[in-house]
Design a protein around this ligand. Structure first.
Ligand SMILES: [Zn+2]
Length: 465
């Protein structure tokens, strides 16, 4: 499908009352500058207004590199949205990954038409863009290739990560242990290779793939080794779920000679700078020291855990010297709200008001995130960098008066303050609204498609209390 976003104007100038930049290797904020974009590149940062075809002269804006949200599930979390709050549908089980989300997503993919799957994918991408996200990494089930179509169409920068499982039929018992018979991971690796052949580098390079073996307890050693080797052969980042629960820690210990989930990945050669590991909440301090030593990245998604009363504190991981990013897990695609939660939850968990500072958390969705996927052209506003920007309207009443833009953004900001999202020099969001597309139609169609899953008898049973 051809992208509908038109070619960008040859040049765009954006005024920044506050501009996030880097100086001598550290984050810095400049004031009253212009950012000049030419085609898909940042051409210059100037004090005087440059000549440009398209000009955004809006005082009070905070211009940041395009935000990176490197762990999101547009589809599976939509299935749970507003169904699983306050413990509803959980039967006292904080983790519904294996009992509800994976089975319903699998059934959903079977019953929805391609048009309905595309509608859900579009809604997810719309939520991300309106939340200020320029780049997303999205792990999803095989059979949801429409995620790629929606990303290409709506213009977001997209790292698609079709899951690999040692079996598609992993089931969890009442004790949380995942059981699966056989090891047919080769089929998923073949499907990943087909997706890579079709999509890697599509949409002017905005579409890429990441290798996503689902989790330590759903992927056996042979699959993990093969997936890592293939990812390294083609230079794809590797992402997985790691130490999501005490049950997973017990399962891996039983299966693999007492190893922790982190030790299991290290044994197989996956614990390395190209690994982005989601959650890690059941990791021991020794595990986190090991991850720091190996240079692996933690993807911290605090709100999806907070809803079940579980602490996932950014500050704990960062405190071990691990590169720690903040992402949404699809629960609420509001990345600014997520860094606000990361700040508060880290301070509460450490009983330390200095934990998880605003510059650290902004770094976790800009520079550090770009570094984790080896994209030095993203995550920074500098001449020659890729023209991905997220612009926040700091004149919003809730953000005034404003002494410090970074502290104001993290402590007070959220998705309602997004002004512009620019990807590859294309303005995708302007004044918070989708430029090319009908938001109401996308929202209605996506919600209707999820409603078809909610109508399934097994969904009614799962979500009945
Ligand atoms: Zn996840």
């Amino acid at each position: 499908m051809a992208p509908t976003a038109p070619l960008p104007p040859r040049s765009t100038a954006i005024f920044a009352s506050h501009l996030l930049t880097r100086s001598d290797g550290a984050q810095a904020v400049l004031h009253d500058r212009w950012v000049l974009l030419e085609g898909g590149r940042i051409a210059a940062i100037t004090a005087a207004r440059p000549a440009a075809e398209q000009v955004f002269d809006r005082p009070g804006r905070f211009v940041l590199p395009g935000l990176l949200n490197l762990h999101n599930h547009a589809f599976s979390e939509a299935v749970a949205r507003s169904q699983t709050e306050d413990g509803h549908g959980r039967r006292r089980n904080p983790s519904i990954i294996y009992t509800v989300l994976l089975p319903l997503t699998r059934r959903g993919l079977d019953i929805l038409t391609p048009a309905e799957r595309l509608a859900v994918a579009r809604l997810g991408i719309l939520q991300l863009l309106k939340g200020g996200v320029a780049t997303v990494m999205e792990p999803f089930r095989n059979g949801l290739g429409e995620m790629f179509d929606a990303a290409a169409e709506l213009g977001i920068r997209f790292y698609g990560a079709p899951y690999l499982f040692s079996t598609g039929d992993a089931v969890a018992g009442a004790d949380g242990t995942v059981r699966y018979a056989g090891d047919d991971g080769a089929a998923d690796l073949a499907a990943w290779n087909a997706a890579h052949a079709r999509w890697e580098g599509a949409a002017d390079g905005r579409i890429r793939l990441a290798m996503s073996p689902h989790a330590t307890d759903t992927c056996g050693p042979d699959l993990l080794r093969a997936a890592a080797a293939r990812a390294r052969e083609v230079g794809a980042p590797i992402t997985t779920h790691l130490a999501q629960s005490a049950a997973e820690v017990a399962t891996i210990g039983r299966r693999h000679g007492g190893r922790s989930p982190a030790e299991y990945l290290d044994w197989l050669g996956l614990l390395a700078p190209d690994l982005l590991a989601a959650h890690c909440i059941a990791s021991s301090d020794d595990d986190l020291r090991l991850m720091a030593a190996r240079g692996a990245t933690v993807l911290n998604c605090p709100r999806v855990f907070a809803r079940t009363g579980t602490v996932a504190a950014f500050g704990r991981f960062a405190g071990f010297g691990i590169r720690t990013l903040v992402a949404t897990d699809g629960y609420n695609a509001d990345l600014l709200g997520e860094i606000n939660a990361a700040s508060l939850i880290s301070k509460i968990a450490a009983t330390d008001m200095y934990a998880a500072s605003a510059p650290e958390l902004i770094d976790a969705v800009t520079w550090s995130a770009a570094t984790a996927i080896r994209r030095p052209d993203l995550g920074v506003i500098a001449p020659g960098a890729t023209a991905d920007l997220t612009v926040i309207d700091m004149t919003h009443p809730h953000l005034q008066p404003l002494a410090d833009p970074r502290r104001g953004l993290v402590a007070l900001g959220n998705r309602a303050n997004i002004d512009l999202v620019v990807v590859d020099g294309r303005v995708l969001i302007d004044r918070g609204q989708l430029v090319h597309g009908d938001e109401a139609a996308i929202t209605a169609a996506g919600a209707a498609a999820i409603g078809r899953i909610w109508d399934l008898p097994e969904a009614r049973t799962a979500f009945a209390d």
